[in-house]
Design a protein around this ligand. Structure first.
Ligand code: HEC
Length: 273
């Protein structure tokens, strides 16, 4: 049997020390640990329990919203979240049972625009696929959580999952790689921008200053994780005449994208010369 202090020796009844090992000095530690445990127990039973019981995730929430999981939230999630939070992900959000325990966290994630992780500021530049939630979607999710996150009628669930937004079919490739700032020597039809950062990007605004002085916003990267390998496609091709200055507000490596065809065209041209 081990002594109370954790030493392998047996405790001796009535001894001052908790064990007979001559240099064992753990009596005080044991006492302090005991006190700490008492404090912890008190905190758990007297302080935390009522909070937990009355917390926003309690079973007896008062429902103060007409929004429901089955009618409203499931449809937004199918469009915006399930591609990453599918059945085999670490945090699946494919049913009410899976979603409900995350409700408060979900509200915080969407309000801070941390989820879905998009990596760009909405409304800057003219991007083809915008993974960020609309203001309306954020309000619906937030109001649903604040209103008690009710399930609603299971019959209202979507009959089939909407098609996940198909990626555009035209393959793109790097036309020019830029480190922070460059002046284009050749005209370029830019179809997208591919950041190639070596570390997560906090905030970097990328613009093109055209020779006529106009500034074309390209994309404002925001909290971008390099492992997402995002290509930001422009809704319309952007014509950049030679002499255009393309620059990022922060040190950053990125590529301007164009189509296969445009690149092979360019190669042919230079070969012909
Ligand atoms: C592009 C992929 C992607 C999309 C789309 C996405 N998420 Fe996430 N989400 C993640 C990743 C990755 C994590 C981290 C998960 C992990 O640690 O396993 C995460 C974590 C979370 C977490 C837990 C955060 C925490 O750490 O407490 C919540 C809640 C969440 N996502 C909600 C959502 C919601 C709601 C949506 C849709 C509006 C969404 N996510 C869309 C990738 C995504």
């Amino acid at each position: 049997m081990r002594g109370l202090c954790g030493c392998p020796e047996k405790p001796v009844a009535g001894a001052k020390r908790l064990c007979v090992k001559a240099n064992c000095n753990r009596k005080l530690t044991v006492k302090l640990l005991g006190m700490l445990n008492e404090v912890r127990k008190f905190a758990l039973t007297c302080l935390l329990a009522p909070i937990l019981a009355a917390g926003p995730l309690a079973a007896h929430d008062i429902i103060t919203t007409n929004l429901t999981y089955t009618r409203d939230i499931s449809r937004i999630f199918a469009r915006r979240c399930i591609s990453c939070h599918g059945p085999s992900s670490s945090i699946p959000l494919t049913s009410y049972e899976e979603t409900r325990p995350w409700a408060v966290d979900i509200k915080e994630q969407v309000l801070s625009r941390s989820m879905p992780p998009w990596g760009a500021v909405k409304g800057f530049g003219n991007l083809l696929i915008d993974h960020a939630l609309t203001q309306e979607e954020i309000i619906i999710i937030t109001a649903w959580v604040v209103g008690g996150a009710p399930q609603g009628d299971p019959a209202m669930l979507p009959k089939e999952q909407p098609a996940v937004m198909a990626p555009p079919t035209v393959p793109l490739r790097d036309a020019v790689t830029i480190v922070t700032r460059t002046t284009l020597r050749e005209p370029l039809t830019a179809l997208g921008l591919r950041p190639v950062p070596d570390k997560p990007v906090g905030s970097a605004r990328i613009t093109a200053r055209l020779p006529d002085g106009r500034i074309e916003p390209l994309v404002w990267l925001y909290r971008l994780d390099p492992k997402w390998n995002r290509v930001f496609r422009f809704r319309e091709p952007i014509q950049l005449p030679s002499g255009t200055i393309v620059e990022s507000s922060e040190p950053l490596r990125f590529a301007l994208e164009t189509t296969e065809a445009a690149v092979s065209g360019a190669t042919t041209l230079s070969l012909a010369r």
